[in-house]
Ligand binder design. Sequence first.
Ligand code: SAM
Length: 220
Amino acid sequence: MNESGAQFWDAWWEKKFSLFTPHGAFMSLHDSSVLSVALRLDGSRQRHILLPGNGWSLVPYALAACGFEVVVIDISKLVLERVATKASEGEILRYLTAPARSLTKSHSHSGGSVTLVHGDVFSYLFDRQFDLIYEDRLAMLLNERGQAKLAEQYHSWLQPGGLCAIRTINYGLRQTNEGWDGSAVEPLRAQLGAAFLAAGFCEGRQKPLDKVVEFLHSSG
Ligand SMILES: C[S@@+](CC[C@H](N)C(=O)[O-])C[C@H]1O[C@@H](n2cnc3c(N)ncnc32)[C@H](O)[C@@H]1O
């Protein structure tokens, strides 16, 4: 475990909580996107999902309510404790966006579970592989070396035939009078694409056992 990284992210979340939780806010902005991707899996045999750097989203519990076995790994113990406490209070659906709530209700299925792992994506060893790895705003924060290493980790954790979805937002990109400067997205996308292809991923499935990477981007 990278102790200084863990301290950095605990402090980062502490600050966020001091700003937001008095109002009961809970991160739910992108939950319908991960649910839509997960629901493309063949849930009868592809049930294992990994959410690295999940932060304070309750979407793992929505996925579990749809029958998936979900593992969250995050370096911040603080955020994991916050998520576990919130989930234990029940009624997680009310923290989801309306589209995510409706997807969860219409795809409700027994057999799901959530396991929270306090660990570092760069050093953790899982004893199983996953059908889907969905990650939101972690790879995009790393330098090229970090992205290359992360892509290798994700490749080793993904089942043959599995899907890895990497979401980026406009964070850190330039805002102009016309909105976000889209020209900065392409280099980020190209850099991530190169790292994931070098790790052995394919963009677009050619063969059933390909490990496929998909990049999702929105203004965030
Ligand atoms: C920018 S936040 C994104 C949180 C969430 N996915 C979202 O979109 O709101 C990055 C998350 O990754 C976690 N993280 C950062 N470095 C990590 C590492 N090396 N291993 C595991 N988690 C890490 C942080 O604690 C944080 O929860």
